[in-house]
Design a binder for this molecule. Sequence first.
Ligand code: GLC
Ligand code: MG
Length: 606
Amino acid sequence: MTPSATQTLNHPGLGAGHDVDVREDATPVHAEDRPDAAWWRQAVIYQIYPRSWADHDGDGIGDLPGITSRLPHLRALGVDAIWLSPFYTSPQADAGYDVADYRDIDPIFGSLTDADDMIARAHELGLKVIVDMVPNHSSDEHEWFTAALAAGPGSAERERYMFREGRGEHGELPPNNWESVFGGAAWTRVTEADGKPGQWYLHIFDTKQPDFNWEHPEVRAEFESILRFWLDRGVDGFRVDVAHGLIKEQGLPDTEEERTTMLGHSEHEHGPEGVSEAAPVEEAPRIDHTKRSPMWDQDGVHEIYRAWRRILESYGTPDRILCAEAWVEPQERAVAYVRSDEMHQAFNFDFLTASWIADDLRAVITSSLHAADSVGAPSTWVLSNHDVVRHASRLGYAPGTPRMNGISATDPQPDRELGLRRARAATALMLALPGGAYLYQGEELGLPDSTDMPDEFRQDPTFARTDGAETGRDGCRVPIPWSSQGPSLGFGPGASTWLPQPDVYAEYAVDRQEGVEGSTLELYRSLLAARRELSLGTGSLTWVEGYAGDVVALTNGSSQRDRLLVVTNLGEDAVALPAGAEVVVASGPLEDGLVPTDTTVWARWS
Ligand code: GLC
Ligand code: MG
């Protein structure tokens, strides 16, 4: 099946006798962008998790030469750019988000020459390259941190990190009550040169990830220099890790939160317990937005990104970009990161976390577009990444089931078939929305999480730091199946992989799906081809009235072409398309011309 938007899926009886009386709202929710809008305002960016995409040297861990060799897959898929999770020198205590040298490549991934080759090959294929920047913390094996430990209390070296004296009579208590995002205390006490317990240092994440002191001019200068290092090597931008965490509230006051989550509110009562197919729809946890957590979203972060933007702009056009990983609520505060003199994009995590409930989807799409429009930014839609349960698994639970941090064999298992059906419908909805979008490796295959990984393989520090109470993120990080045969399903020449591939992964392999009509891979290719051909990323968005409340219906409009009608049916009954609607692509088969449950259809509607 050739991926082309002009291809029409012919269904006998389409339209015949099934017309429905629907109409567009009077006013669009979001106006059309300029046809010559910058690339990143409409780009689809594919996230590569280097450990798990393709292995060249056979050690069971993905690497840069592996990535370079597989890039044609992405050209054929039809994305605009790639974002790579960190490949820098690292002891891999948090899978590379613990960087020991920001200007070199970890030997497990290759060398700087391999990075240059990868960037050059991507550019040759018309793919832009975004790399990960991790400014909140380094590895404890970074030379600045080892120097800080050696230099002792009061030294200039310690000023570049967050060292403090402990509380209690002998400094035996941590400086405040903050807990690590990964569980346990956010402070670790060091042993000083005299062999005695001494100061404490802050780590919002793992013990091996000490937080930098971003009030220090040397830290700022160092990162500006690192940005230039990679820009000079030709990268097209940076995904900025924990962008909302760099500045901490003055005086490091105790937090009222029970546990430091990325959103600065407790998710304790929303763990995996009680999750089942029959789980009732629950209200989202209540967040008191007036009380901002002292470690997140402090106003001081913005001047850092304004300085970074100026550096990127000095590289001219086409734009080099910044994308914020900022788990910030409410949306009005989140879009502050994408004001015109700051970052270009910020992941829309409200969309990622929205339930599979029509009212919720409509609400989050409307509010996201309004919030982004208020600062002139595009919205950046996303459904999966290396930190969350893949949407093909997440959507295999009852709508409204609280979000889980990983799924283990003892948890209620997601319904794989239902999850995939909804995931395809969700992606088709996402890719019809104006703005940019991120895809996570393997979602184009409909991959589920590994949900039965034996605990001895788990590497996410969260698992150990919570004594297994939280399963952690390994389930979404399993190496990709490229072929249904072979020792590591085509991932590489080695027999084993750093995280084991579940048996079912063979069913999802690229070679099982390539050229197979109706496969998830071909669906993604068709969606991306149509999205590009119709310039959906720069279109307007208008809600469509007349369907029942459990149907999400909208048009993506443009002065250059017919409007595209998008219908996502979350209800039980199949629904009709209006007269004259001509199907362009559908996330699943229609039933006698009707859009069945958990299906999205794109149709030209003149
Ligand atoms: C971000 C990354 C995550 C990492 C954390 C600490 O959230 O996406 O994988 O563990 O930051 O760097
Ligand atoms: Mg390797």
